[in-house]
Design a protein around this ligand. Structure first.
Ligand code: ATP
Ligand code: MG
Length: 342
């Protein structure tokens, strides 16, 4: 039996994850769900523990992790979120953050021109290096002469493996996004690895954009993109752009993967949304679509497709949370999706 570790987390995390768990249970795939609902900000405030080594080991030995969100205004300490999500990403060496975006329903596109709306792309975000590597420090803190440094790390090893993933999943083309004209050292390394990896895939179309131009082109001509590959920071930002083009922040799903080993971590792109937590307004679609990616990962592709179809049917029928213009609650949307797949 495959074990799925579930970490609902904080804020809207438990609310949306609950719906994804219900839908997964309805599919009757015999998944063994190991819910770690003690991993949250309240425990961190009480005990100072973000995640125990035992919890880490349970995630490591699972087939997959379904993750909600961590972060709470009561915990301003950034080490908390780092010690949960970034620890999982780094210790499991989940170097690919795979963020697909496809327009959910025509009426949800923010674009005026109908011909431009049919977005269907994947942002492949490098997930273990870049400015998220935690290298740096602060000097002369709390003085007018304070100096802060965050190292932006790129290694040939890390860049090559994420570029290879991007080419492996490309249907038509891969677009490299960087800022090599202004950030030359890391940019140069990415471009050298890009030349080598792209040469090994002559059947895949290639293009290159600086990140500012990429943000603009995504709005002006989103249908031109298939796979976008980029570093940790630019991937975070561009996948919010693609989420907005696909339906909104509540709808975007992601997979954190290491294609060289088993376990993957699946989570909505959004965070804990403390502004709407506890109101029943959180959109569960990002979490449910993350569960679909989890099913793909576990080899249940047909069920994953059925889940995506159920989400589309539910949104098309107008059963939506307020962010998508509807009046339904988190639970009502979850129940409607469950009814569609059931
Ligand atoms: P992170 O640092 O984890 O990426 P964030 O700072 O980007 O988090 P979010 O928690 O994602 O912030 O919230 C951004 C905005 O999107 C908020 O206004 C929030 O209410 C909205 N939002 C996030 N998730 C959802 C959701 N599931 N349904 C509806 N709105 C959401
Ligand atoms: Mg965010």
């Amino acid at each position: 039996m495959t074990t799925v570790v579930v970490i609902p987390g904080d804020g809207v995390g438990p609310e949306v994850t609950d719906q994804a768990v219900h839908v997964l249970a309805t599919l009757g795939l015999g998944l063994d769900l190991d819910v770690l609902d003690q991993v949250n900000a309240d425990r961190f405030l009480r005990t100072g523990v973000a995640m125990t080594d035992d919890e880490m080991e349970r995630a490591r030995s699972a087939g997959a992790v379904l993750f909600g969100a961590v972060g709470d205004p009561k915990v301003p300490d950034p080490s908390y979120a780092r010690d949960v999500l970034l620890r999982l990403r780094f210790e499991l060496d989940l170097y690919v953050n795979h963020r697909p975006a496809a327009l959910l329903a025509d009426r949800l596109s923010p674009l005026r021109d109908p011909a431009l709306r049919a977005l269907d792309c994947v942002v492949v975000r490098e997930n273990t290096e870049g400015a998220y590597a935690g290298v740096g420090g602060v000097l002369r803190e709390h003085t007018p002469y304070e100096l802060a440094l965050d190292g932006d790390i790129s290694t040939a090893y890390g860049v090559t493996r994420v570029l290879e993933y991007a080419f492996a999943i490309a249907r038509r083309s891969v677009c490299l996004v960087d800022k090599a004209n202004a950030v030359p050292f890391g940019g140069g390394l990415w471009q050298r690895r890009w030349s080598e990896v792209s040469a090994a895939h002559p059947d895949v179309g290639t293009s290159h954009l600086y990140v500012d131009a990429a943000a603009m082109r995504l709005i002006q001509n989103p249908t031109a993109f298939d796979v976008i590959v980029t570093n940790n920071s630019y991937g975070d930002i561009l996948s919010d752009v693609t989420a907005a083009l696909a339906g909104g922040p509540g709808t975007a799903a992601s997979a954190n993967l290491n294609p060289r080993h088993g376990v993957g971590l699946f989570e909505p792109v959004h965070g804990s949304a403390p502004d709407i937590a506890g109101t029943g307004r959180a959109n569960p679609v990002g979490s449910v679509l993350s569960a679909a990616l989890l099913l793909d990962h576990l080899g249940h592709g047909a069920e994953a497709d059925a889940l995506r179809a159920a989400v589309r049917a539910t949104v098309a029928a107008g059963t939506c949370t307020p962010d998508l213009g509807g009046e339904s609650s988190t639970k009502e949307v979850g129940a409607a999706i469950t009814a569609e797949v059931g």
